[in-house]
Ligand binder design. Sequence first.
Ligand SMILES: NC(=O)c1ccc[n+]([C@@H]2O[C@H](COP(=O)([O-])OP(=O)(O)OC[C@H]3O[C@@H](n4cnc5c(N)ncnc54)[C@H](OP(=O)(O)O)[C@@H]3O)[C@@H](O)[C@H]2O)c1
Length: 354
Amino acid sequence: MEGEKGEVCITGGTGFVASWLIMRLLEHGYSVNTIIRPDPDHKRDVSFLTSLPGASEKLRIFEADLSDPESFGEAVKGCIGVFHVATPVDFENREPVELHACLKSKTVKRVVYTSSASAVAFNDKDVDVMDETYWTDVEYVRAKMTFGASYFISKTMTEKKALEFAEEHKLDLVTLIPTFVIGPFICPKLPGSVHTSLAMLFGEKEQYGSLLSMSMVHVDDVARAHIFLFELPEARGRYNCSSHTVTIQELAKFLSAKYPEFPMPTIESLKDIKGFKAAELSSEKLLKSGFSYKYRLHEMVDEAIQCCKENGYLFLFFLLQRKDNKKITNDGGTQPRLNLGKAAPGRLPEAREE
Ligand SMILES: NC(=O)c1ccc[n+]([C@@H]2O[C@H](COP(=O)([O-])OP(=O)(O)OC[C@H]3O[C@@H](n4cnc5c(N)ncnc54)[C@H](OP(=O)(O)O)[C@@H]3O)[C@@H](O)[C@H]2O)c1
């Protein structure tokens, strides 16, 4: 672990990205205050956070809803930085109260706000690659999209609001814009983006539309990019963060070659999949600032699959298929639903289904 770097606050500590970022911040020598949603019945198990190396001395967990400026202020007090990772889906164009607390603290030097490719890519611009000058067009989303629309609109509006607020109040705030985040996870829930990226292994056919042209980035690269931007004095504005783009056919070929034990849709059957073919996001601004991606495509996918296996998710799916004695088809249409509750740890059997 590196030496003492100061105290930072991070929202959404129970989530996929934030929990991984907490782990890396502790390793980098930061003391971390994290905000999680109130849990009056104390039913939530946060041992995946409290057992992290260095956590007993350097991690403090605060319970607060992001809409409550008072409790948020307590966690930010004395911090030199805030990583605003949590994502309350907020339809109202409200003031970002959590940024008021950053201003009020007088100690916060920079806020890194986690946005999303969904605040960039959904518009009528017919281009293959988009940089940070592109914005999702909220009216376009309202008119043309149903699946995910509320999330796309919320991410777009909240990123805009955060940047406007920062400009108006001279708050140093940068936004990081990841595409699909995949890779391993330490949080107890199966992350939605890992689930969607591996939809062909899970047999979740209705999610294939999101994979037509899929841009992605490893969770550890996302955590590294957050810390990189926090520590880069000249960082300004928005930063796309996306390392690889693959088509659904390329992903299917990769997965069937590497994981033949899973039933996969045929390449032919994927031709008819409909969905929004999003443009690639250019990371040129981030790379020119000195950042480099560490992980290759197969590492993102392999590590995500390994983690799903270790946590019982893919094992459970495999067992369900065997129990139902279903013939495993290649079109992915007849496979049983996956129960996404946490399953007992287990490993995928080597045996192949006939
Ligand atoms: N994963 C991706 O592919 C991806 C891609 C681009 C951008 N992002 C962005 O990255 C960030 C993290 O995403 P993720 O995948 O890690 O999501 P996640 O696993 O669902 O985590 C979201 C976190 O936000 C917390 N949260 C939501 N509403 C809250 C509220 N009102 N008050 C306090 N906390 C609240 C959740 O708390 P609970 O656990 O209590 O629900 C959870 O800890 C988000 O801003 C997301 O938009 C993610």
